[in-house]
Design a protein around this ligand. Structure first.
Ligand code: XMP
Length: 512
């Protein structure tokens, strides 16, 4: 197995992910815990991640000496390359010009890292993002790759199995980067490559058992993939020590609540409390138009209802959540400052302290598609596992202005037709998320011989990797025309359909 030492790069988790894709188990340790983690870890190799600091500055982080003393292979990426070079006797200074983005790498010497990938080819596309540069090579190293602006783009000491890359092999913008990482972990470190999602599942189950003991766990189901996968996994680990609570806030899509309940009760036989709280939520949302007030109202009610139900079943020692890696606030933060609240995301934060519960978060290390793979491993139906993300506040944030039952019903019907057309066209899996938004804008239309004055419905569909950035999906015009016609013909209250072509940033995926 491989240990990744995190120096605070935005993309450290991508290194972990690429290594898992090579069939090798790995874990990430923040640099300040690296020494103790490495001591007990029995790593076959270590990767130093990138990071925002400059090795040339005083007091910036370094790798533990014990890693070098152990003799395991090391790969340093970006900041990791700089600290590798400096700690082994080279010299580094702050870059005169910083280099970001696409660059071409020319291989100048053979290396085991490049075997079967680049060999002696020139003009290999890599993605750079760095400020420091090496000015003196550490003893034993030689240059294996150069780019126009980076004479030390790739360096190696093949005898000691030390490698340093100035570019990021883990990002998709370095197309062959995954193969380089695979060469490192499989051929150079000698990891076998037989690790799989099935193994991950077994390890996760063991960890849950060890954490929970004979304690009781409560899990809030949202109807989404993440909480469902977390719940099924935990159920495999501890059986009926788990109770699931599904707070149905009346803001679900068509048939969604029924699907969740029948999946858990029927398919899995997992104890499930289904709370029908639609009246409560819609009552409190009456007259509320401001998006943040909507979100906060829903968040607060959700916690109240959940807490009530938890009490009714006699409380629990642990709260399970389907938190994914992109939701996790970075373990290593150099900026320190609070970031601006764009939207108050609804989750059950605040509950663990109020109810004196500890958290169980078995998906914390995974990306969305890995959670899907784990869901398949657990036997969740494909149609459920492949679902688009759905926000906690539900359809409330897809009805700009006041949320009413009538608007929700109109939106549900239109949304269902839109998704049906997407599925029919075979586009569902190419889209990160697609949904309809029912605006408060009314426009004039003509249907039959009569005048209409009805609402405008907006369609949204985006591609994304993690929801952090997104682009609108480029439908064929025929698809949009066909869908718009169906919606206007079949859904009362809508007489105009528009398509949202805003990317994120500057837009967000949801409208509120
Ligand atoms: P935005 O609109 O911020 O959304 O670009 C990014 C992703 O997050 C989802 N989303 C939420 N998910 N609770 C959630 O669980 C929320 O309050 C929430 N708000 C937005 C959104 O659907 C998209 O996938």
């Amino acid at each position: 197995r491989i240990l990744i030492i995190d120096f605070g790069s935005q993309v450290t988790q991508l290194i972990a992910r690429r290594i898992r894709e090579s069939g090798v188990y790995c874990e990430i340790a923040p640099f300040n815990l690296a020494e103790e983690t490495f001591r007990d870890f029995h790593a076959k190799g270590v990767i130093f991640s990138g990071g925002p600091a400059s090795v040339a500055e005083m007091g910036t982080p370094r790798a533990p000496q014990s890693v070098f003393d152990s003799g395991v292979p090391i790969l340093g990426i970006c900041y990791g390359q700089m600290t590798l070079a400096e700690q082994l006797g080279g010299a580094v200074e702050s870059g005169h010009h910083r280099e970001f983005g696409r660059a071409e790498l020319n291989v100048v010497a053979p290396s085991r890292l490049f075997t079967g990938v680049w060999e002696d080819k020139s003009k290999n596309i890599v993605w750079m993002s760095h400020g420091d540069r090496i000015t003196r090579m550490p003893p034993g190293f030689r240059i294996i790759g150069v780019s126009d602006n980076a004479p030390f783009a790739a360096i190696a000491d093949e005898n000691r199995h030390y490698y340093g890359l100035m570019f990021h092999p883990e990002v998709v913008h370095t197309p062959e980067g995954g193969k380089l990482l695979k060469n490192f972990v499989r051929d150079i470190c000698g990891c076998s490559g037989d690790w799989s999602m099935a193994a991950y599942k077994e390890e996760a189950i063991e960890k849950i058992r060890a954490q929970v003991g004979d304690g009781r766990v409560i899990c809030g189901l949202s109807g989404g993939v993440d909480s469902a996968v977390a719940a099924v996994l935990i159920h495999e680990a501890i059986g009926d020590q788990l109770t699931c609570v599904f707070v149905d806030h009346g803001l679900m899509r068509k048939d969604e609540a029924t699907e969740v309940v029948s999946l858990f009760r029927g398919h899995y036989n997992i104890p499930l409390v289904h709370v029908d709280a639609g009246d409560l939520f819609l009552g409190q949302l009456a007259g509320v138009e401001d998006p943040e007030v909507k979100r906060k109202t829903i968040g607060r009610l959700f916690i109240d209802v959940f807490e009530d139900e938890a009490r009714k079943i006699g409380g629990a020692d642990f709260l399970a959540q389907g938190t994914l890696y992109p939701d996790v606030i970075e373990s290593v933060s150099f900026s320190g400052g609070p970031s601006v609240t764009i939207k108050s995301h609804h989750n059950v934060g605040g509950l663990p302290e109020r109810m004196n519960m500890k958290l169980v978060e078995p998906l914390r290390e995974l990306f969305k598609d890995e959670v899907r793979a784990l869901g398949r491993e657990l036997g969740l139906p494909e149609a459920f596992v492949g679902r688009h993300p759905f926000p906690g506040p539900g359809l409330a944030i897809r009805c700009p202005g006041e949320v009413t039952r009538e608007k929700l019903e109109t939106l549900r019907q239109a949304d269902a037709i839109y998704l049906e057309e997407i599925r029919k066209a075979g586009l569902y899996d190419q889209i990160w998320q697609a949904f309809a938004v029912l605006t408060d804008v009314r426009t004039v239309g003509v249907m039959g011989d009569g005048r209409t004055y009805d609402r405008v419905l907006a369609l949204r569909a985006v591609t994304s990797v993690d929801g952090m950035t997104a682009d609108f999906y480029p439908y064929e015009m025929n698809f949009l025309g066909r869908t718009a016609t169906r919606i206007i013909n079949e859904v009362r209250g809508v007489n105009r359909v528009v398509y949202d072509v805003t990317s994120k940033p500057p837009g967000t995926i949801e409208w509120e």
